[in-house]
Design a protein around this ligand. Structure first.
Ligand code: ZN
Length: 272
């Protein structure tokens, strides 16, 4: 079962009575959504964070992010505010999967060229992330599959047949092939790929301001690159394409390349 993530909605009020409301967590693997008025610029360390005309912005901290980080908010009035973020250490589960077919643990040499090509296609598509400056996500989020069994949580360190592999960067929901997969939020399709070695048929959605989500191992896709989707639109169906041992949806959410926990979004009320 999904553990309920404690929801934090909080705000900082500054001397000049400018208030910024936040939802989320200043912790590794989490997103933070902000909204404020008369903001000129938001920066996280040296990175400029997009703020739309209504004052919405989002930022995220990678699974392995280390602090301290500095969030700086400059107002039109010329005043500014700096919040020091001490990111706590986060511990992740260790997930051991044994008796996995060797072809799922290490890719055979014959697939190397294909994997390199596919990686390049993904890299090219991800260059579009950040182009959309509007907070397309601002109507909130939903679970991309109704029902299903949560079989793997975010962040777990995977040890496949005794060999440590990359951490798991999303949530896995096991459900029968053909189960509908929905867009977690409004967004634009930046990649709708067929039959990749690792991810199978999959979709990447850009939700604006660097926020993006991926839906892997699909049996069927209902959208193509460039399509705009609304939260809850059916974008495909669960399958077991790519490196997958059974029908499931692998759902991941990133802010630019920062890997974050999709579970946070399921109990989150955005500031408005
Ligand atoms: Zn997964």
């Amino acid at each position: 079962m999904l553990k309920r993530i404690f929801l934090m909605l909080f705000s900082f009020t500054f001397l000049n009575a400018n208030t910024v409301e936040f939802a989320g967590k200043f912790e590794p693997g989490f997103l933070v959504f902000g909204k404020g008025e008369k903001i000129r610029q938001v920066m996280l360390d040296s990175k400029i964070v997009d703020v739309d005309e209504n004052g919405y912005f989002v930022l995220g901290f990678d699974r392995d992010a280390k602090g301290p980080k500095y969030l700086k908010i400059k107002y039109e009035s010329g005043k500014s505010f700096v919040k020091k973020i001490n990111l706590p250490e986060r511990e992740y589960k260790i997930q051991r999967i044994n008796n996995m077919k060797q072809k799922y643990v290490t890719a055979p040499n014959t697939e190397e060229e294909r994997i390199i090509k596919e990686r390049e296609i993904i890299r090219e598509a991800k260059k579009k992330i950040g182009e959309e400056k509007a907070a397309l996500y601002k109507d909130g989020f939903m679970r991309p599959v109704s029902g299903g069994v949560l079989t793997s949580v975010f962040g777990s360190q995977r040890i496949l047949n005794g060999v440590p592999r990359n951490a798991h960067n999303g949530l896995d929901f096991a459900a029968p092939t053909g189960t509908p997969v929905y867009a977690m939020a409004d967004g634009r399709v930046i990649l709708a790929a067929d039959d990749f070695y690792y991810s199978g048929n999959f979709i990447i959605l850009d939700h604006g301001q660097g926020l993006n989500s991926s839906y892997l191992h699909l049996s069927k896709k209902d959208v193509k690159e460039g399509d705009f989707v609304k939260k809850g639109d059916k974008i495909g169906e669960i399958g077991t394409t790519g490196r997958s041992t059974g029908p499931h949806l692998h759902w991941s959410v990133q802010w630019f390349g920062e890997r974050t926990d999709p579970a946070l979004l399921l109990n989150l009320d955005l500031p408005n």
